[in-house]
Design a protein around this ligand. Sequence first.
Ligand code: SF4
Length: 370
Amino acid sequence: MIQINIFWNFILNYEKKPVSPGCIAGSVLKIILIKKIDGLFPGLEMTRQVRCRIEGDHIIPPAGMELIIVDHCNIACRQCNHGSPVIPKWNADPSDVARDLGILSKVFKPAFLKLIGGEPLLHPNLPEVIRAARNSGITNHFLLVTNGILLDRASDDLWSLIDEIEISGYEASALSEDLLSRAMRRAEEHGVSFTLNNFSDFRRTFTVRRTENDELVGKIFRACKIANVWGCYALYKGRIYRCPQSMYVPALAGIDVTEGIAVNDSATFRDELFAFLTSTEPLMSCRYCVGTAGRKQPHKLLPRSNWRMDLEEPAEEMIDWDLLNRLLEEIVPIDDCKTPVKRIRKQDVNSLLHWPMVRKAANQIWRGWR
Ligand code: SF4
């Protein structure tokens, strides 16, 4: 069974961000494989959910982990899954980050740490927070996610502390080509991988109307790629959460629930964390959320005063029922709201830097040959 799970982890993680024909071919091959294996081993469906595994003292999650840097944002996207338009302003304290990640690093080894908000570039001392995270030794890959509007504010110090940057582009925020070119140039100078993802659509996620139908809540949770496939675990105010939504549902829905598990130094923490991250029981927050099965809508900025009104729809009306049923049958890891449009990987950055030398050498060989 362990080998089967490792095999599934490989297959499901194969194409995180399909952009090339090779990746798309990989996705198709994966779906064919899933279908074939389903035929051979009926009842294997549950192993499709990508799970954490234990290696030595550490839990190895399927991908990375989010570190919430700030709660506030300079724009107000409809159905923002961090509730930023209405959650009060908050900045992570570098000393809290150092303490929590220091403890966590003894039992948890994510492949990367995603620095996210709100809008992280609004933090008054972002380099200090990243330095604290780096010094904890939790991982050696740091990815900054930003809407890009304030990119010109990023200092050289900040660029030197990150390995990768992902810019979320929205039509409404209209990032200029000049700003993006300046950011790409700085990414090149600092050897930082650069991705611009365009989001033309969002899927509905939150509702403030509690879903009483236990069977539906169970299905929403089982079909949820955030909790079960992408592994969007997050550290926020000293607690680890299964998904960002569960950090904000209590405040948005006005319910008295504490989700997540407090980071602590006890001898049983690793096992408690593992049990929490791999539990097949829905969270209380799943009664106020439709996970990744929400109806798709065009991306839109809303006035902050109206943002909560958009959460009044009950789950039954927010769900894309075909998608929910499909996700219960086969979980496809692709985020179909996200379109990568510009990308330079770190090795590409290096090869770009060396390109003039390669071209010069090729010219010399060509001239010599003639
Ligand atoms: S609250 Fe439940 S359904 Fe929503 S993202 Fe989290 S795990 Fe998924």
